[in-house]
Design a protein around this ligand. Structure first.
Ligand SMILES: CC(C)(COP(=O)(O)OP(=O)(O)OC[C@H]1O[C@@H](n2cnc3c(N)ncnc32)[C@H](O)[C@@H]1OP(=O)(O)O)[C@@H](O)C(=O)NCCC(=O)NCCS
Length: 161
């Protein structure tokens, strides 16, 4: 999976938090004391390695991880400055809440976070849904970026010996 480049100087507008709230969705930064809850959410719906990657965002001030909440439960997360500097990700939305704009809201909040740190470009590492990123923020594939920073990975812990 390739890395993608996103020009941050022409991002769509910041997410409309009030409009999301009117639909019952709260978009906000994670709090440091929510690390365990966020890790459990990621471990349940995605993977332990994504939970570990996201934990780096909790060592920053402000925390570089946004959450979407529905009924005061985590419905999605998006981290930045976690994998590497200027990187967005990991991110994911609970399958039960997909297709409602939560993924876009998390993406935009995080990319604006990178912009506010002074970056001109953001990087989406090992992007799965390339079309989602192209459509929402004009991301383009970085040539020859596979495996990029993900070279020489450990064998999965549950792999056959
Ligand atoms: C990718 C993901 C975060 C999108 O979340 P979401 O809340 O469903 O996204 P949105 O509702 O904001 O979708 C916005 C648009 O992108 C489209 N889209 C969503 N997921 C897509 C995908 N995987 N591929 C292509 N288009 C996608 C939607 O159809 C929607 O289009 P529309 O505006 O024309 O209706 C979610 O599908 C997910 O958690 N996937 C699994 C984890 C993952 O792949 N993370 C990214 C790793 S790089």
């Amino acid at each position: 999976m390739p890395d993608l480049l996103v020009p941050l100087y022409k991002l769509p507008p910041r997410p409309d938090e009030a409009a999301l709230r009117a639909q019952g969705v709260i978009l906000r930064r994670a709090n440091t004391f929510e690390l365990t809850r966020v890790s459990q959410f990621i471990g349940t719906h995605f993977s332990q390695s994504w939970a570990d990657e996201t934990a780096a965002a909790f060592a920053r001030q402000p925390v570089t991880c946004f959450l979407t909440l529905v009924d005061r439960q985590i419905a999605g997360f998006g981290a930045y400055e976690a994998t590497r500097r200027a990187f967005f990700g990991p991110t994911g939305v609970d399958p039960a809440h997909r297709g409602r704009g939560l993924g876009t809201a998390l993406l935009l909040a995080s990319l604006w976070g990178l912009y506010d740190l002074g970056y001109a470009y953001g990087i989406i590492g090992a992007a799965g849904p390339v079309e989602f990123y192209r459509k929402t923020v004009g991301a383009v594939v970085i040539p020859d970026s596979t495996p990029g920073v993900y070279a020489d990975l450990l064998k999965p812990a549950d792999a056959q010996r």
